[in-house]
Write a protein that binds this ligand. Structure first.
Ligand code: SF4
Ligand code: SF4
Length: 453
């Protein structure tokens, strides 16, 4: 049953965007899934060609076809690399929205329901607490980590199809770090394997819940954005943000309601739900600077002209004048500055994080090699594509291991969780936190020594 969705871009509009792609291939080296598989259909160029074939009715949208689209992280690294400025993110989000309109009502309902649970702050906090039960169960069932490492297979180049409607060529993903497409892999071991990613996520959640109470000072200087996952995944970062703001003489407001920014819906093609979420935010956050600790949420908010005043906290604090008396205690540690894709490709980079942390005396800031790709978290990707998410995480851990950091800082909660899981599985003793937590910690140290309030 097809239900028209007025917010979904038309196939013609998507084809016009996709036709901007000249198939030059400059984007291929930037793409994490292509780097991992060397499979053309796992590249930006290949995915655009698939979408063109599908929307012009020349390719059938088989489950394996759709799996190539699902495995896109929407990290937007290809967009940054594209000399023709192809709007890849819009194309992929629109293609996912088109696909949703063609799903049976039950499947569409389930997709919306599952995402609404993930975007619900109260449910997430309850799930985090339940994770302790999951932890106990997993130990009893001896689930361990069954995701073995697999190796890339030689790629095949797919061109846009011509002539009558064609099926895709025989699939060549055997041996790739991919999960089976929908409808396959429904055996008990496969289903148990698919539970591992939520299990790992919720276990991490249980360690990070740190509720931040709503507060409404009469004359607040700024709004602190919490969003749907903030209280569960970034409670410590939010508490640190409050501490730093207070030391800078700023009062923050945290409304009792903490609506989702909408990014989680937009990634999956639920464009109307994403727009509704942003509209709710626009109604709630007016008249003050809107500051957030999650780079992906801020990027999503800033894309709406009504919320263009949203700022990532490090960028905001970096622009403020700091009183000379407010100094930071030395931190003689190796600190790796991880840059989430949302920060790099949608917010223009994390130079402000480097400048802010550079205020800490004796700190040794490290960066990952330029060829490092997305960590694999990517919103719900780590839940829905655990094999590829895990393979990408392993690569990132291999890059960071020789740098021997004591601390990793990152501005996105999904990346923080995923990195924390990877560090733990690799037996590394590395703390993962938000940069604002380091700033708050070093302020506290100074305050103890100098007797500041
Ligand atoms: S998306 Fe851009 S870089 Fe990639 S093949 Fe198309 S035109 Fe070239
Ligand atoms: S958004 Fe990321 S994963 Fe998707 S095609 Fe572009 S570079 Fe590859």
């Amino acid at each position: 049953m097809n239900i028209p969705n007025p917010e979904t871009p038309t196939p013609q509009a998507l084809l016009r965007l996709a036709d901007q792609c000249v198939k030059c291939g400059y984007c291929l080296p930037a793409c994490p899934t292509y780097a991992k598989t060397r499979h053309e259909a796992e590249s930006p160029r290949g995915r655009i060609a698939l979408i063109q074939g599908w929307l012009s009715d020349r390719l059938s949208p088989t489950p394996q076809f759709m799996a190539h689209l699902d495995r896109c992280l929407l990290c937007r690294a290809c967009e940054a690399a594209c000399p023709s400025r192809v709007a890849y993110g819009q194309i992929m989000q629109g293609a996912r929205a088109q696909r949703l309109t063609s799903l049976p009502l039950g499947r569409r309902w389930w997709q919306g329901f599952w995402l609404s649970l993930l975007a619900n702050a109260r449910w997430l906090q309850a799930a985090a607490r339940l994770s302790q039960v999951q932890d106990w169960l997993a130990t009893r069932l001896n689930l361990g980590n069954p995701q073995g490492r697999s190796f890339p297979a030689p790629g095949t180049l797919l061109s846009p199809a011509t002539g009558p409607k064609q099926p895709l060529p025989p699939e060549t993903t055997a041996g790739l770090p991919v999960d089976p497409p929908d409808g396959q892999g429904r055996t008990l071991p496969a289903l148990l394997r698919r539970l591992i990613a939520p299990y790992r996520l919720f276990t991490q959640l249980a360690q990070t819940v740190h509720p931040v109470a709503p507060q409404s000072p009469e004359s607040a200087d700024l709004d602190l954005f919490v969003g749907c996952t903030g209280a569960s995944l970034q409670g410590r970062a939010l508490a640190a943000a409050l501490t730093v703001c207070k030391r800078l003489g700023l009062q923050a407001r945290i409304p009792a309601e903490s609506p989702c920014c909408g990014a989680i819906y937009r990634h999956q093609g639920l464009i109307a739900a994403a727009d509704r979420a942003r509209t709710r935010c626009a109604a709630l956050y007016t008249g003050r600077p809107l500051i957030g600790v999650a780079s992906a949420c801020i990027a999503e908010l800033r894309a709406d002209p009504r919320l263009a005043h949203a700022q990532e906290i490090c960028a905001y604090l970096d622009r403020l004048p700091w009183p000379e008396t407010l100094t930071l205690a030395p931190l003689p540690s190796r600190v790796l500055v991880h840059e989430p894709c949302s920060h790099r490709h949608l917010l223009g980079g994390n130079a402000a994080v480097w400048r802010l942390l550079g205020r800490i005396p004796d700190i040794q800031l490290l960066q990952l090699p330029a060829e490092t790709h997305c960590c694999g978290a990517a919103g719900t990707y780590l839940l829905e594509q655990p094999a590829m998410a895990h393979a990408l995480l392993e690569d990132l851990i291999a890059h960071l291991r020789p740098l021997r950091p004591a601390i990793i800082v990152t501005t996105n909660p999904g990346c923080a969780l995923h990195l924390l899981a990877g560090v733990g599985e690799s037996g590394l003793n590395i703390e993962v936190c938000h940069p604002i937590e380091l700033i708050a910690r070093q302020l506290s140290g100074q305050s103890q020594r100098n007797g500041l309030p």
